[in-house]
Design a protein around this ligand. Sequence first.
Ligand SMILES: Nc1ncnc2c1ncn2[C@@H]1O[C@H](COP(=O)(O)OP(=O)(O)OP(=O)(O)O)[C@@H](O)[C@H]1O
Length: 326
Amino acid sequence: MTDTLLEIDRLSVDYETARGDLKALRDISFDVRKGEIVGIVGESGCGKSTLISSILRLTAPNTRFRQGEVRFRGEDLLQLPERKMRDLRGADISIVFQDPMQTHNPVLSIGQQMLDIQHRSKASKADKRARAAQMLGAVGIPDPEARLDQFPHEFSGGMRQRIAIAMALMSEPDLLIADEPTTALDATLEVQIIERLQELQQEFDCAILFISHHLGVIAELCDRVVVMYAGAVVESGEVREIFHDPKHPYTRRLIDCDPGHIKERARVLPTIPGEVPDLANLPGGCIFRDRCDQAMPRCAAEVPPLEQLKDGHQAACWLNHKEAAE
Ligand SMILES: Nc1ncnc2c1ncn2[C@@H]1O[C@H](COP(=O)(O)OP(=O)(O)OP(=O)(O)O)[C@@H](O)[C@H]1O
Protein backbone atom coordinates (compact mmCIF):
# COMPACT_ATOMS: atom_id res chain seq x y z
CA MET A 1 0.00 0.00 0.00
CA THR A 2 1.32 3.44 -0.93
CA ASP A 3 1.50 6.23 1.63
CA THR A 4 1.19 8.91 -1.07
CA LEU A 5 -1.84 11.12 -0.56
CA LEU A 6 -1.52 13.84 -3.20
CA GLU A 7 0.43 13.56 -6.44
CA ILE A 8 0.84 16.53 -8.72
CA ASP A 9 2.02 14.95 -11.94
CA ARG A 10 3.44 17.11 -14.76
CA LEU A 11 0.78 19.75 -14.26
CA SER A 12 0.77 22.64 -16.75
CA VAL A 13 -1.83 25.40 -16.45
CA ASP A 14 -2.25 28.48 -18.66
CA TYR A 15 -4.40 31.58 -18.40
CA GLU A 16 -5.84 32.77 -21.68
CA THR A 17 -5.29 36.54 -21.90
CA ALA A 18 -5.49 39.25 -24.57
CA ARG A 19 -1.67 39.13 -24.73
CA GLY A 20 -1.67 35.40 -25.41
CA ASP A 21 -1.41 32.37 -23.13
CA LEU A 22 0.18 33.10 -19.77
CA LYS A 23 2.02 30.02 -18.55
CA ALA A 24 1.18 30.06 -14.85
CA LEU A 25 2.29 26.46 -14.09
CA ARG A 26 4.75 24.47 -16.17
CA ASP A 27 5.32 20.77 -15.72
CA ILE A 28 4.87 20.77 -11.94
CA SER A 29 5.43 17.45 -10.19
CA PHE A 30 5.64 16.71 -6.48
CA ASP A 31 3.81 14.61 -3.94
CA VAL A 32 2.54 14.82 -0.38
CA ARG A 33 2.54 11.69 1.75
CA LYS A 34 -0.02 10.86 4.41
CA GLY A 35 0.57 12.90 7.56
CA GLU A 36 3.43 14.90 6.03
CA ILE A 37 3.87 18.69 6.02
CA VAL A 38 5.07 19.97 2.65
CA GLY A 39 5.87 23.63 2.04
CA ILE A 40 5.55 25.48 -1.25
CA VAL A 41 7.69 28.60 -1.34
CA GLY A 42 8.19 31.30 -3.93
CA GLU A 43 7.79 35.00 -4.57
CA SER A 44 4.52 36.64 -5.50
CA GLY A 45 3.42 35.56 -8.96
CA CYS A 46 5.29 32.23 -8.99
CA GLY A 47 2.00 30.30 -9.26
CA LYS A 48 1.16 29.30 -5.67
CA SER A 49 -2.49 30.41 -5.87
CA THR A 50 -2.90 28.81 -9.29
CA LEU A 51 -1.60 25.56 -7.85
CA ILE A 52 -4.08 25.62 -4.95
CA SER A 53 -7.04 26.56 -7.14
CA SER A 54 -6.06 23.78 -9.56
CA ILE A 55 -5.97 21.19 -6.77
CA LEU A 56 -9.39 22.31 -5.52
CA ARG A 57 -10.66 22.92 -9.08
CA LEU A 58 -11.76 26.42 -8.16
CA THR A 59 -10.02 28.10 -11.08
CA ALA A 60 -10.79 31.35 -12.91
CA PRO A 61 -12.87 30.99 -16.10
CA ASN A 62 -9.86 31.77 -18.35
CA THR A 63 -7.87 28.83 -16.93
CA ARG A 64 -6.76 26.09 -19.32
CA PHE A 65 -5.38 22.81 -18.00
CA ARG A 66 -2.75 21.96 -20.61
CA GLN A 67 -1.44 18.70 -19.25
CA GLY A 68 -0.99 16.63 -16.14
CA GLU A 69 -2.92 15.08 -13.30
CA VAL A 70 -3.76 15.98 -9.71
CA ARG A 71 -4.16 12.60 -8.03
CA PHE A 72 -5.68 12.48 -4.56
CA ARG A 73 -5.69 8.99 -3.00
CA GLY A 74 -4.90 7.75 -6.51
CA GLU A 75 -7.84 9.43 -8.26
CA ASP A 76 -7.30 12.26 -10.79
CA LEU A 77 -9.27 15.22 -9.41
CA LEU A 78 -9.20 16.93 -12.80
CA GLN A 79 -11.43 14.13 -14.16
CA LEU A 80 -13.83 13.94 -11.21
CA PRO A 81 -17.49 14.97 -11.73
CA GLU A 82 -18.20 18.36 -10.10
CA ARG A 83 -20.60 16.75 -7.59
CA LYS A 84 -17.86 14.45 -6.27
CA MET A 85 -15.43 17.34 -6.20
CA ARG A 86 -17.87 19.36 -4.06
CA ASP A 87 -18.10 16.44 -1.60
CA LEU A 88 -14.32 16.34 -1.39
CA ARG A 89 -13.79 20.05 -0.76
CA GLY A 90 -14.14 21.00 2.88
CA ALA A 91 -14.39 17.34 3.87
CA ASP A 92 -11.33 15.35 2.69
CA ILE A 93 -9.41 18.45 1.59
CA SER A 94 -9.81 21.64 3.64
CA ILE A 95 -8.28 25.06 3.21
CA VAL A 96 -7.19 27.88 5.50
CA PHE A 97 -6.80 31.24 3.76
CA GLN A 98 -4.47 34.14 4.49
CA ASP A 99 -7.47 36.27 5.46
CA PRO A 100 -9.71 34.36 7.91
CA MET A 101 -12.63 36.60 6.93
CA GLN A 102 -12.73 34.61 3.68
CA THR A 103 -13.89 31.71 5.86
CA HIS A 104 -16.09 33.54 8.36
CA ASN A 105 -19.56 34.86 7.65
CA PRO A 106 -19.66 38.23 9.49
CA VAL A 107 -23.39 38.05 10.25
CA LEU A 108 -23.45 34.58 11.84
CA SER A 109 -22.09 33.61 15.24
CA ILE A 110 -19.04 31.36 15.23
CA GLY A 111 -21.15 28.62 16.85
CA GLN A 112 -23.78 28.79 14.09
CA GLN A 113 -21.08 28.59 11.42
CA MET A 114 -19.54 25.59 13.13
CA LEU A 115 -22.95 23.90 13.30
CA ASP A 116 -23.47 24.62 9.58
CA ILE A 117 -20.19 22.88 8.75
CA GLN A 118 -21.56 19.74 10.41
CA HIS A 119 -24.72 19.68 8.27
CA ARG A 120 -23.96 16.18 7.03
CA SER A 121 -23.57 14.75 10.53
CA LYS A 122 -26.51 12.91 12.08
CA ALA A 123 -25.47 13.96 15.62
CA SER A 124 -27.87 15.99 17.80
CA LYS A 125 -27.56 19.77 17.89
CA ALA A 126 -26.18 19.59 21.44
CA ASP A 127 -23.50 17.12 20.37
CA LYS A 128 -22.58 19.26 17.36
CA ARG A 129 -22.26 22.29 19.62
CA ALA A 130 -20.11 20.32 22.04
CA ARG A 131 -17.90 19.25 19.14
CA ALA A 132 -17.61 22.88 17.97
CA ALA A 133 -16.54 23.96 21.47
CA GLN A 134 -14.06 21.08 21.63
CA MET A 135 -12.52 22.20 18.33
CA LEU A 136 -12.24 25.82 19.53
CA GLY A 137 -10.50 24.50 22.63
CA ALA A 138 -8.15 22.43 20.47
CA VAL A 139 -6.93 25.54 18.64
CA GLY A 140 -6.41 27.40 21.90
CA ILE A 141 -9.52 29.61 22.23
CA PRO A 142 -10.11 30.10 25.96
CA ASP A 143 -13.62 29.57 27.34
CA PRO A 144 -14.77 28.03 24.05
CA GLU A 145 -18.34 27.17 25.09
CA ALA A 146 -19.18 30.83 25.84
CA ARG A 147 -17.36 32.17 22.81
CA LEU A 148 -19.43 30.10 20.39
CA ASP A 149 -22.17 32.74 20.63
CA GLN A 150 -19.87 35.56 19.57
CA PHE A 151 -19.48 36.97 16.06
CA PRO A 152 -16.25 37.07 14.02
CA HIS A 153 -15.63 40.79 14.67
CA GLU A 154 -15.53 40.08 18.42
CA PHE A 155 -12.30 38.10 17.99
CA SER A 156 -8.76 39.37 17.33
CA GLY A 157 -7.07 38.61 13.98
CA GLY A 158 -4.98 35.81 15.50
CA MET A 159 -8.04 34.24 17.12
CA ARG A 160 -10.02 34.47 13.88
CA GLN A 161 -7.24 32.55 12.15
CA ARG A 162 -7.28 29.89 14.90
CA ILE A 163 -11.05 29.57 14.45
CA ALA A 164 -10.58 29.23 10.67
CA ILE A 165 -8.14 26.38 11.39
CA ALA A 166 -10.65 24.78 13.79
CA MET A 167 -13.33 24.97 11.09
CA ALA A 168 -11.02 23.50 8.47
CA LEU A 169 -10.18 20.57 10.76
CA MET A 170 -13.75 19.80 11.86
CA SER A 171 -14.25 17.30 9.06
CA GLU A 172 -10.94 15.61 9.97
CA PRO A 173 -9.57 16.08 6.45
CA ASP A 174 -6.73 13.98 5.06
CA LEU A 175 -5.21 17.12 3.57
CA LEU A 176 -5.20 20.66 4.92
CA ILE A 177 -4.10 23.34 2.49
CA ALA A 178 -2.80 26.38 4.36
CA ASP A 179 -2.50 29.36 2.02
CA GLU A 180 -0.17 31.84 3.75
CA PRO A 181 -2.21 31.58 6.96
CA THR A 182 0.28 33.59 9.01
CA THR A 183 1.31 36.29 6.53
CA ALA A 184 -1.14 38.88 7.87
CA LEU A 185 -0.16 38.25 11.52
CA ASP A 186 2.62 39.76 13.59
CA ALA A 187 5.66 37.62 14.42
CA THR A 188 4.48 36.50 17.89
CA LEU A 189 1.09 35.39 16.62
CA GLU A 190 2.75 33.76 13.61
CA VAL A 191 4.92 31.64 15.92
CA GLN A 192 1.87 30.66 18.00
CA ILE A 193 -0.11 29.60 14.91
CA ILE A 194 2.83 27.61 13.50
CA GLU A 195 3.32 25.80 16.82
CA ARG A 196 -0.40 25.08 17.06
CA LEU A 197 -0.49 23.74 13.50
CA GLN A 198 2.36 21.38 14.39
CA GLU A 199 0.43 20.05 17.39
CA LEU A 200 -2.81 19.76 15.42
CA GLN A 201 -1.09 17.91 12.60
CA GLN A 202 0.00 15.28 15.15
CA GLU A 203 -3.39 15.16 16.83
CA PHE A 204 -5.45 14.93 13.62
CA ASP A 205 -2.81 13.03 11.64
CA CYS A 206 -3.57 15.03 8.49
CA ALA A 207 -1.12 16.08 5.81
CA ILE A 208 -0.55 19.81 5.36
CA LEU A 209 0.35 21.63 2.15
CA PHE A 210 1.67 24.91 3.50
CA ILE A 211 2.06 27.82 1.09
CA SER A 212 4.33 30.71 2.00
CA HIS A 213 6.74 33.21 0.52
CA HIS A 214 8.85 32.98 3.70
CA LEU A 215 11.39 30.19 3.73
CA GLY A 216 11.91 30.78 7.48
CA VAL A 217 8.32 29.76 8.24
CA ILE A 218 8.60 26.73 5.97
CA ALA A 219 11.81 25.68 7.75
CA GLU A 220 10.06 25.87 11.08
CA LEU A 221 7.08 23.74 10.16
CA CYS A 222 7.64 21.54 7.15
CA ASP A 223 9.23 18.16 6.45
CA ARG A 224 9.86 18.87 2.79
CA VAL A 225 9.85 21.97 0.62
CA VAL A 226 9.09 22.65 -3.03
CA VAL A 227 10.66 25.88 -4.34
CA MET A 228 8.75 27.46 -7.21
CA TYR A 229 9.95 30.15 -9.58
CA ALA A 230 7.92 31.64 -12.45
CA GLY A 231 5.49 28.71 -12.57
CA ALA A 232 8.05 25.91 -12.36
CA VAL A 233 9.65 23.81 -9.62
CA VAL A 234 13.34 24.79 -9.43
CA GLU A 235 14.28 22.78 -6.33
CA SER A 236 12.67 20.37 -3.89
CA GLY A 237 13.74 18.13 -1.05
CA GLU A 238 13.94 17.67 2.72
CA VAL A 239 13.85 21.04 4.49
CA ARG A 240 17.12 20.38 6.35
CA GLU A 241 18.91 19.38 3.15
CA ILE A 242 17.63 22.41 1.21
CA PHE A 243 18.68 24.78 3.99
CA HIS A 244 22.15 23.35 4.48
CA ASP A 245 22.96 22.56 0.89
CA PRO A 246 20.75 24.50 -1.54
CA LYS A 247 21.42 23.51 -5.14
CA HIS A 248 19.65 26.32 -6.97
CA PRO A 249 20.80 29.98 -6.87
CA TYR A 250 17.18 31.11 -6.42
CA THR A 251 16.82 29.00 -3.25
CA ARG A 252 20.13 30.42 -2.01
CA ARG A 253 18.82 33.95 -2.55
CA LEU A 254 15.57 33.10 -0.73
CA ILE A 255 17.60 31.79 2.22
CA ASP A 256 19.75 34.97 2.21
CA CYS A 257 16.54 37.02 2.29
CA ASP A 258 14.99 35.01 5.10
CA PRO A 259 17.76 33.22 6.91
CA GLY A 260 16.71 32.56 10.40
CA HIS A 261 14.36 31.18 12.85
CA ILE A 262 11.07 33.04 12.59
CA LYS A 263 11.30 34.07 16.23
CA GLU A 264 14.40 36.12 15.46
CA ARG A 265 13.50 37.18 11.97
CA ALA A 266 13.59 40.86 11.12
CA ARG A 267 10.23 41.89 9.78
CA VAL A 268 11.64 43.92 6.90
CA LEU A 269 13.33 41.43 4.63
CA PRO A 270 15.71 42.23 1.81
CA THR A 271 14.31 41.23 -1.56
CA ILE A 272 15.93 39.57 -4.54
CA PRO A 273 16.82 42.21 -7.16
CA GLY A 274 15.10 41.92 -10.54
CA GLU A 275 11.71 40.66 -11.57
CA VAL A 276 10.02 37.38 -12.42
CA PRO A 277 9.95 37.06 -16.26
CA ASP A 278 6.77 37.78 -18.22
CA LEU A 279 4.90 34.46 -18.17
CA ALA A 280 3.18 35.31 -21.47
CA ASN A 281 6.58 35.74 -23.18
CA LEU A 282 8.95 33.41 -21.44
CA PRO A 283 12.59 33.63 -22.49
CA GLY A 284 14.38 30.50 -23.73
CA GLY A 285 16.96 28.82 -21.49
CA CYS A 286 16.89 29.04 -17.70
CA ILE A 287 14.04 31.25 -16.44
CA PHE A 288 16.15 32.55 -13.53
CA ARG A 289 19.24 33.49 -15.54
CA ASP A 290 18.54 37.26 -15.73
CA ARG A 291 18.60 37.47 -11.94
CA CYS A 292 21.36 34.92 -11.39
CA ASP A 293 24.87 36.11 -10.58
CA GLN A 294 26.35 32.76 -11.65
CA ALA A 295 24.70 32.50 -15.08
CA MET A 296 26.79 30.85 -17.81
CA PRO A 297 26.35 30.83 -21.63
CA ARG A 298 24.61 27.46 -21.42
CA CYS A 299 21.89 28.98 -19.21
CA ALA A 300 20.70 31.15 -22.13
CA ALA A 301 20.82 28.29 -24.59
CA GLU A 302 19.11 25.38 -22.81
CA VAL A 303 16.46 24.91 -20.14
CA PRO A 304 18.07 23.05 -17.21
CA PRO A 305 15.99 19.95 -16.41
CA LEU A 306 14.83 19.19 -12.87
CA GLU A 307 17.26 16.46 -11.88
CA GLN A 308 17.57 14.06 -8.98
CA LEU A 309 20.78 14.99 -7.12
CA LYS A 310 20.61 12.98 -3.90
CA ASP A 311 17.86 10.95 -2.37
CA GLY A 312 14.74 13.07 -2.78
CA HIS A 313 16.71 16.28 -3.51
CA GLN A 314 16.02 17.74 -6.95
CA ALA A 315 17.17 20.95 -8.61
CA ALA A 316 17.05 22.49 -12.06
CA CYS A 317 20.38 24.28 -12.54
CA TRP A 318 23.32 23.82 -14.90
CA LEU A 319 25.70 24.65 -12.01
CA ASN A 320 25.11 21.13 -10.71
CA HIS A 321 26.64 19.71 -13.88
CA LYS A 322 30.30 18.77 -14.12
CA GLU A 323 31.03 21.18 -16.97
CA ALA A 324 30.03 24.14 -14.74
CA ALA A 325 33.25 23.67 -12.78
CA GLU A 326 35.33 23.95 -15.95
N1 LIG B 1 -7.20 34.68 -14.00
C1 LIG B 1 -5.99 35.09 -14.40
N2 LIG B 1 -5.81 35.55 -15.66
C2 LIG B 1 -4.59 35.92 -16.09
N3 LIG B 1 -3.47 35.86 -15.35
C3 LIG B 1 -3.58 35.41 -14.09
C4 LIG B 1 -4.85 35.00 -13.55
N4 LIG B 1 -4.65 34.61 -12.26
C5 LIG B 1 -3.31 34.76 -12.01
N5 LIG B 1 -2.67 35.24 -13.11
C6 LIG B 1 -1.22 35.44 -13.27
O1 LIG B 1 -0.63 34.15 -13.16
C7 LIG B 1 0.64 34.23 -12.51
C8 LIG B 1 0.64 33.34 -11.28
O2 LIG B 1 -0.29 33.90 -10.35
P1 LIG B 1 -0.59 33.27 -8.92
O3 LIG B 1 -1.65 34.12 -8.30
O4 LIG B 1 -0.83 31.83 -9.06
O5 LIG B 1 0.80 33.50 -8.16
P2 LIG B 1 1.12 33.51 -6.59
O6 LIG B 1 2.47 32.89 -6.44
O7 LIG B 1 0.00 32.91 -5.86
O8 LIG B 1 1.19 35.05 -6.27
P3 LIG B 1 0.70 35.80 -4.94
O9 LIG B 1 1.59 35.33 -3.82
O10 LIG B 1 0.88 37.24 -5.29
O11 LIG B 1 -0.75 35.41 -4.76
C9 LIG B 1 0.85 35.72 -12.19
O12 LIG B 1 1.62 36.26 -13.25
C10 LIG B 1 -0.57 36.28 -12.19
O13 LIG B 1 -0.57 37.64 -12.57
